[in-house]
Ligand binder design. Structure first.
Ligand SMILES: *Cc1c(COP(=O)(O)O)cnc(C)c1O
Length: 462
């Protein structure tokens, strides 16, 4: 049924929003007291959602209550300080609150004419992103759904530009019959980079994969000779080790000749805004960069940023001009994959305004310090820490592959924490990512104690 209009309808709408808001606040209030991962019975109860599409609409208040009662009970507490899975941040209060206001506006943030408010705020957020990351100040900044989508946008711009220099207009003449574009990438490029390449018509077997060293960094000596037909893809923050390609050295080898250089900095690019900035030295010479908000800046999903130095390359690949909606050069519809879109730059603006430069640095430095603390604790508990812990990622193994797997399963089932398994250089490991503003040193110590007791459990006589 449609909501009722008029005064009665408005009163119902407000009551519904108040109820949803109360439920959301209750959820946030209990963060830190719930199981980090839902118990099997709460997951089983999700079957309650498995209804047939109703012929007649159901009551809105009952629908919201169902969502909260069944859904919240089975939500993963990734918005907390004891969740160390993948590279998942919590959400900053100001960013989450800003998103609530933008949701009430319900503006489509395609272009300034559609929403002056979102356009003004996103253009400030864009300027601040270039400032805080110290990247070329006249770059185009697109607020995208994810680093993955941003990688598609950046590499589409790269493809457009490189083919243009070879005398081919890919927007007009397409890919079939086009001159060959070479792609050079780290063998440890993230799966979304591989996906972007596939989507854009670069078959993975045609990519020139570059070998990496023991830390997971590109080995500059194994870079092929590049030319203006070559797109080079580098990485700031390898997802297992948190390591950075040696940008200064790589740039000195490829910058002069490469057609385009892209950097995947989904979480690692934030190091540039902290005392770990040296890890990113040379990165400013690239042509495009992707970085997430929803990982380490602790903005809500979906939130990422694509930065493209050559505004024209971005606009010619990504523009979405229509008779009723022409390009302004910096309209978000011409810098992202979306046309209609929510103003993803607003929570980023709120995060940057409330953190300030100092707060961004503190976020990164606290997480890195906490990761170092966890690494030291785990070593003393008899674990092998596989990586150097240059940033927020800790890569760990127990005594044997079987024991590593047993410990991951036991930790995940404990409800006291959550982190995931991975494979590094062919052997099982697990990965602890410290990405949440909420994580305190006590949370780190509790994690170490839990893992110590799980390891001791193995050696107790049965
Ligand atoms: C998470 C991650 C991505 C993908 O980011 P999404 O926002 O999930 O698309 C890409 N590269 C690296 C290194 C990552 O850690």
């Amino acid at each position: 049924m449609l909501p009722s209009r008029g005064d009665a309808g408005r009163a119902e709408e407000l009551a519904l929003l108040r109820d949803a808001d109360r439920r959301a606040r209750d959820y946030v209030e209990r963060i830190g007291t719930r199981a980090v991962y839902p118990a099997p019975e709460d997951v089983a109860a999700l079957a309650g959602f498995d209804e047939s599409l109703p012929q007649h609409g159901q009551d809105a208040a009952a629908t919201i209550s169902m969502l909260d009662e069944l859904g919240s009970a089975a939500a993963v507490e990734s918005n907390g300080g004891r969740y160390f899975g993948y590279v998942v941040g919590a959400t900053l209060p100001a960013a989450a609150a800003a998103d609530r206001i933008a949701l009430a506006w319900d503006n489509s943030a395609s272009a300034p004419l559609g929403s002056p408010a979102t356009a003004a705020i996103e253009s400030v957020a864009a300027r601040w992103m270039l400032d805080v990351l110290d990247l070329p100040r006249d770059s185009a900044v697109g607020f995208s759904t994810s680093a993955g989508a941003g990688t598609v946008a950046a590499l589409a711009s790269a493809r457009q530009h490189v083919l243009a220099t070879l005398g081919w207009d890919v927007s007009r003449d397409g890919l079939f019959g086009a001159p060959r574009v070479r792609v050079v990438a780290s063998e440890l490029a993230h799966v979304v980079v591989r996906k972007a390449l596939r989507v854009l018509g670069f078959g993975l077997d045609t990519v020139e994969w570059v070998t990496t060293d023991e830390h997971g960094r590109i080995d500059p000596a194994s870079l092929p000779v590049v030319d203006s037909s070559t797109i080079v893809i580098l990485q700031a923050g390898e997802v297992n080790t948190g390591e950075f390609d040696p940008f200064d050295e790589v740039m000195s080898r490829v910058r002069a000749d490469a057609g385009w250089i892209h950097v995947d900095g989904a979480f690692g690019l934030w190091a540039r805004a902290s005392r770990h900035r040296a890890l990113t030295s040379g990165i400013e010479l690239a042509d495009s960069w992707t970085v997430d908000g929803h990982k380490w800046l602790n903005t809500p999903y979906d939130s990422a940023v694509t930065i493209i130095r050559d505004r024209d390359a971005a606009a010619s690949a990504l523009h979405s001009d229509a008779a009723y909606s022409t390009s302004t050069g910096d309209a978000q519809k011409d810098l992202t994959l979306e046309f209609s879109r929510r103003a993803r730059g607003i929570p980023i603006w709120a995060a940057l305004r409330t953190l300030g430069r100092d707060g961004v640095a503190e976020l990164v430095e606290n997480a890195t310090d906490t990761a170092t603390r966890i690494a030291a604790g785990l070593r003393s508990a008899g674990y092998t820490v596989v990586n150097r812990v240059v940033l927020n990622q800790v890569l760990v193994r127990a005594g044997s592959p079987e024991e590593t797997q047993r410990i991951v399963a036991a930790a995940q089932a404990s409800g006291a924490t959550w982190f995931g398994a991975t494979v590094w250089r062919g052997e099982p490991a697990f990965r602890i990512s410290v990405s949440s503003w909420r994580t305190r040193p006590e949370d780190a110590d509790a994690l170490v104690e839990l893992l110590r007791s799980l390891r001791d459990g193995e050696t107790r006589p049965r």
